[in-house]
Design a protein around this ligand. Structure first.
Ligand code: ZN
Length: 118
């Protein structure tokens, strides 16, 4: 799974999924207003877990995305705060990569679903 900036050109065969605001997986936290990038990504991780636990629409969207990956699609999560197209970071990398983005949290969550956990 990839994380790309809105409008970035991705490779052939890659399906782009917009996850910025106001999509259901958009980050309700804003860099600056709600903290620096790392803080906002961390808040998003906690928010997404709460969405999952309380069966909010974001949960269904994660399940749909996991199904698409399971069916062989290569997905790129597109949002405004991402920088260069790159492979999504894992959970342990979120805190120490200065270009980490909420798309990484989504990719991590989808990967966890594919492994059978959340
Ligand atoms: Zn983002």
């Amino acid at each position: 799974m990839l994380v790309v900036k809105k409008g970035a050109v991705v490779g052939k065969g890659v399906q782009v999924v917009y996850v910025g605001r106001p999509s259901v997986l958009g980050n309700p936290f804003v860099i600056g207003r709600d903290g620096d990038r790392a803080t906002v990504v961390d808040k998003y991780l906690r928010w997404l877990r709460e969405q999952w636990a309380t069966k909010r629409p974001a949960r269904d969207e994660l399940l749909r995305l996991a199904e698409r990956v399971r069916n062989g699609e290569q997905l790129a999560f597109e949002c405004w705060c991402a920088e260069k197209p790159r492979a999504a970071y894992g959970l342990e990398e979120l805190g120490n990569k200065k270009d980490a983005c909420h798309g990484d949290v989504i990719a991590y969550s989808v990967a966890q679903l594919l492994k059978g956990g959340v």
